[in-house]
Design a protein around this ligand. Structure first.
Ligand code: AMP
Length: 223
C-alpha cells in the first residue's frame, strides 16, 4: 500500500466492525468513515433527511443506493480522506461497490477485509449490545460502562440501538446475506479480499487485523 490506506471493512452486523474500525483507523492515521454513524448523526440532528433515514434504519432496511452514494462521495471529497480512509458499512450492495470504484478513480481500494463471525455469535452480540447515544461508544450487557449506563468516555446515556430489536436484527442479517455477502466475491475476484477471524477479544482481533494490513502493505510496496 502506498502512504495511507484505502480500506473497506465488510462483515455482518455485530461482527465488531465499528469497534475494530475505530482502532484500525487510529493505527493507520486515516479517517474512519462509518455510514451508519453518519446516518445516526443525521437522525440525532433531527433534519428532514434524518427523519427519513430513521424510518429505514429502525426497520433494518437499507437506505436507497443513490442517497447513500451521494453522502459517501461528499465525505470522500473532504481533504482528510485524500491520503486514505477506512470505510465501515459501505459498500453494502454491488451497485455501491461499483460506485466506490468510480469515486476513487484512478485509485483502487488497497484491501477489503471480511471480518468473519458466525451468525449465532452476532445474534448474541447484537441482542446484548448497548451504545452511547452521544459518542457512539460500544458496550454490552456483559461489558457495561463503569457507572450506571453512563458512557465512560463522554458521560452520555448508554442505550440499546432502536435497530437492535429481534425483528430488525433478523431483517438486517437477511439483507446482509442477500445484498452484502456477494461483495466478498466481488473483491475476491479482484484479488483484494482478505478474511479475518472476528472471534476473540477486541485486542486479539485487532492484532490479526494489523497483521493482514501490514502484510498487504509490505507486499504492495515490494511490487
Ligand atoms: P450500521 O451501523 O452500519 O449497521 O448501519 C445502520 C443502518 O444504517 C443500516 O441498517 C441501514 O439502514 C443504514 N445504512 C448504513 N450504511 C448503509 C449503506 N451503505 N447502504 C444502505 N443503508 C445503510
Amino acid at each position: 500500500m502506498a502512504s495511507g490506506a484505502r480500506l473497506v471493512i465488510l462483515g455482518k452486523q455485530g461482527a465488531g466492525k465499528g469497534t475494530q474500525s475505530v482502532r484500525l483507523s487510529h493505527y493507520l492515521a486515516v479517517p474512519h468513515i462509518s455510514t451508519g454513524d453518519m446516518l445516526r448523526a443525521a437522525v440525532k440532528a433531527g433534519t428532514e433527511f434524518g427523519q427519513l433515514a430513521k424510518s429505514y434504519m429502525d426497520s433494518g432496511e437499507l437506505i436507497p443506493d443513490d442517497v447513500i452514494m451521494g453522502i459517501v462521495e461528499d465525505r470522500l471529497a473532504e481533504p482528510d480522506a485524500s491520503r486514505g480512509f477506512l470505510l465501515d458499512g459501505f459498500p453494502r450492495t454491488a451497485i455501491q461497490a461499483e460506485a466506490l470504484d468510480e469515486m476513487i478513480k484512478p485509485h483502487l481500494i488497497d484491501l477489503a477485509i471480511d471480518l468473519d463471525v458466525p451468525t449465532e455469535l452476532v445474534l448474541k452480540r447484537l441482542s446484548s449490545r448497548r451504545v452511547c447515544q452521544t459518542c457512539g461508544a460500544n458496550y454490552s450487557l456483559e461489558a457495561p460502562p463503569k457507572l450506571n449506563w453512563t458512557c465512560d468516555l463522554c458521560g452520555g446515556e448508554v442505550v440499546q440501538r432502536p435497530d437492535d430489536t429481534e425483528v430488525a436484527i433478523r431483517r438486517r442479517l437477511d439483507l446482509y446475506d442477500k445484498a452484502t455477502a456477494p461483495l466478498i466475491e466481488f473483491y475476491s475476484q479482484r484479488n483484494l479480499l482478505v478474511s479475518v477471524d472476528g472471534v476473540g477479544t477486541p485486542d486479539e482481533v485487532m492484532e490479526r487485523l494489523v497483521a493482514v494490513v501490514n502484510k498487504a502493505r509490505y507486499s504492495r510496496s515490494a511490487q
